[in-house]
Structures are given as structure tokens and as C-alpha cells.
Design a protein around this ligand. Structure first.
Ligand SMILES: NC(=O)c1ccc[n+]([C@@H]2O[C@H](COP(=O)([O-])OP(=O)(O)OC[C@H]3O[C@@H](n4cnc5c(N)ncnc54)[C@H](OP(=O)(O)O)[C@@H]3O)[C@@H](O)[C@H]2O)c1
Length: 270
């Protein structure tokens, strides 16, 4: 969105960036309720999908928004639901269950971190691809980290001599698809959120999300959001925060994110 690749003609400009956030209600319309149907009042701390959230104030319908408990960092709340619902959808698409060994490509990223935590929470073992600098955090989730790049399939085989049952690609590289299909007995247990080349579906894998040919999984994601909100409140899921920028440095924040190795959510603070 920031680079204009989705809007080469610039038809959507000017464009308010960021699609989710956290904040405090300063004014409220009659009958406003939150995601649980409870009345919303001035002073309530809410978070969720906010159109054009890179702003000091937004006007938004509240019915999809969740309450932020005091113990929850607003940055984690702001970053939870898009990546969390994507992660939950990915695991559902390939039926991850207790006892599975799951290969997660891009496990240090925002989506990958939540995929990893949710899969381990279900009783799966996760082999997590990431740069070495992110391995310590992945061990903290109880995952087994491994570096990506040449020789990945052999490194995974060494870590999982009994094989891999399922794989999640959050990166979109040829390597993620090729290695997953090489290691999996059943290609239907491979899901990508980022490879829109057609190769995943052609091989019998699954593609999810908003892009062409992908399953949007709206109902699965809607059902996942309250569960994620409860997990965040209970401290059983952590949203990795890579860096916080002041709103005025928004362009720097997007440049940092576009580097591809942020290691979590990039937060703009007003
Ligand atoms: N389909 C959907 O519903 C959906 C929803 C949300 C996001 N997405 C897409 O999913 C992708 C991931 O989003 P995100 O927010 O998780 O991104 P992110 O936080 O920037 O994470 C990127 C991840 O990719 C890894 N990576 C970077 N270059 C790599 C390479 N050459 N080989 C292997 N891994 C590499 C990084 O690992 P290291 O930093 O450790 O190297 C990091 O773990 C994006 O393309 C995004 O647009 C799709």
C-alpha cells in the first residue's frame, strides 16, 4: 500500500495508512456497542480494525472493536487482530493438532510469531525458520529455530527425522514452497499467506487471505478474533513489537517495515 504497488494509477490517493489501532473513545454516537455488544462510553479503551489508523483521531464504527484491559500494552492490542486472525486461519486450513510437527517459514515475523505460539498452544512441535538474530525469541515460544536459505530441507530433516506433518509459509519465497512440498507427505497440509504465483494451489496446497485465488476465510477469522482478544488479555499470546515510531516519522516506519526483517509489528504512536 505504501509503495503504491496496489494502486499504480494513484486512484486511491490521498490514502490514510494503517488498518488497525488502539485508542481511547473521545466522543460516541447513540447506541454504540463493542464487539461483544456491550455499550461504549467516552473514556473506554478500545482496539481493532480502524481505517486510516495512522492518525491522532479517527471516526469508526465500534461494533468490531474490543476492550483493552489495563494490563495490555496498546501496541500489542493494536497489532494483534490482523496477524492473529491470519495465523488462526492458516492453522485451521491445514488442521494443525496436538502431536503434529509443523514447519513455519518466517516464524520471526508478525504472522509467523502468532502461528508459532498458537500451534505450540495446540500441542504441536514447531520448526521455525528465521534469521539467527531472532532465534532466541523463538526458543522463548518453545519452538525449534532453523536458518532459512540453501540446505533448509536437510536442516529440517535433521531436526525432524520422523518427518514434518504440516507447513505454513508466511514469506512467499520459492524456497518456502519447494521445501514444504518436498518434506510433506500430503500437500493439502501446506498453506501460504504470501505466495500469489499460483504454485501453491497448482501443487495441491492452500492459499489464504485477500489476494486473487485465495480463501478469505471471513467466518474463520471473525470467530478467531474474540478468542485472540481473550488470549491477549490472559497473557497466553504475545504480539512481537519490533519498533515504535512517532506518528511524525511514519515514512521512516514504513521504510523500516519494507526492509522485510522487522521482527514483529511496527507501531506508530501519536
Ligand atoms: N494472506 C493474508 O491473509 C495475509 C495477512 C497478513 C499478512 N500477509 C502477508 O504475509 C507476509 C508476512 O507478513 P508479516 O506481517 O508477518 O511480515 P513481517 O513481520 O515483516 O515478517 C517477515 C518474515 O519473513 C522472514 N523473511 C524475510 N526474508 C526472507 C527470506 N528471503 N526467506 C525466508 N524468510 C524471510 C523474516 O525473517 P527474519 O527477519 O528472521 O529474517 C520474517 O520472519 C507479508 O507478505 C504480508 O503481506 C498476508
Amino acid at each position: 500500500m505504501a509503495s503504491g504497488v496496489h494502486d499504480p494509477e494513484g486512484a486511491k490517493l490521498p490514502l490514510a495508512m494503517a488498518t488497525e489501532g488502539a485508542g481511547v473513545v473521545t466522543a460516541v454516537g447513540e447506541g454504540a456497542v463493542d464487539a461483544h455488544g456491550d455499550p461504549v462510553a467516552v473514556g473506554d479503551a478500545l482496539y481493532g480494525a480502524l481505517s486510516g489508523a495512522a492518525a491522532q483521531e479517527v471516526t469508526e464504527k465500534t461494533a468490531g472493536l474490543f476492550r483493552r484491559p489495563r494490563n495490555v500494552d496498546p501496541a500489542e492490542a493494536a497489532g494483534l487482530l490482523l496477524v492473529g486472525a491470519t495465523a488462526a486461519h492458516a492453522l485451521q486450513a491445514i488442521g494443525v493438532r496436538a502431536g503434529d510437527t509443523v514447519l513455519v517459514h518466517g516464524a520471526s515475523g508478525s504472522v509467523g510469531s502468532i502461528v508459532t505460539q498458537l500451534a505450540i498452544g495446540r500441542g504441536a512441535r514447531v520448526i521455525a525458520t528465521a534469521s539467527v538474530g531472532h532465534h532466541e525469541r523463538l526458543r522463548g515460544y518453545a519452538a525449534t529455530p532453523v536458518v532459512y536459505g540453501e540446505g533448509l530441507a536437510d536442516r529440517v530433516r535433521a531436526l525432524a527425522p520422523d518427518g514434518v506433518d504440516a507447513a505454513v509459509d508466511t514469506v512467499g519465497t520459492d524456497e518456502a514452497t519447494t521445501v514444504s512440498l518436498e518434506l510433506l507427505p500430503d500437500p493439502a497440509r501446506f498453506v501460504s499467506i504470501a505466495n500469489f504465483s499460483g504454485a501453491v494451489q497448482a501443487a495441491g496446497g492452500k492459499l489464504i487471505g485477500g489476494g486473487a485465488g485465495a480463501d478469505p476465510g471471513r467466518e474463520i477469522r471473525a470467530a478467531a478474533r474474540p478468542e485472540l482478544a481473550a488470549a491477549l488479555a490472559a497473557g497466553s499470546v504475545q504480539v512481537p513489537i519490533a519498533r515504535r515510531f512517532p506518528l511524525a516519522a511514519g515514512a521512516d516506519a514504513y521504510a523500516f517495515l519494507a526492509g522485510g526483517h522487522a521482527g514483529g509489528k511496527v507501531i506508530l504512536e501519536p
